[in-house]
Design a protein. Structure first.
Length: 107
């Protein structure tokens, strides 16, 4: 009989926001320490820069939250495969739309 690791019992009962909150807290302290070490603390100069930072932060928070939900509902292999496949798709779309570089496949 296969026994689950003891930490799995505790992880499955966690609320979905706990890993997301932990990533946010660790990221905040790590970026603050790195900004103090390399003296790279520069505040945004315009409201547009602030808006871009806020939208990027909210989208990455949403992505982390949805990844946590997916990992709770499905096996890690399927989630990792779908994430990698979507990264390839989005990078191809960004390459064409944002950078105006198109690549052709010659068969």
């Amino acid at each position: 009989m296969y026994m689950l690791p003891i930490f799995y019992i505790y992880i499955i009962d966690l609320h979905l926001t706990v890993p997301t909150t932990c990533f946010g807290i660790v990221g905040f302290f790590a970026s603050t320490i790195m900004a103090l070490i390399i003296d790279g603390s520069i505040l945004p100069k315009t409201w547009m820069d602030t808006g871009i930072l806020l939208v990027g932060g909210m989208l990455s928070l949403l992505g982390q939250f949805l990844t946590t939900i997916a990992l709770k509902l499905e096996s890690a292999g399927k989630v990792a495969l779908s994430i990698k496949a979507s990264q390839i798709l989005f990078s191809f779309i960004f390459q064409i739309l944002l950078f105006d570089v198109s690549s052709y496949i010659n068969l």
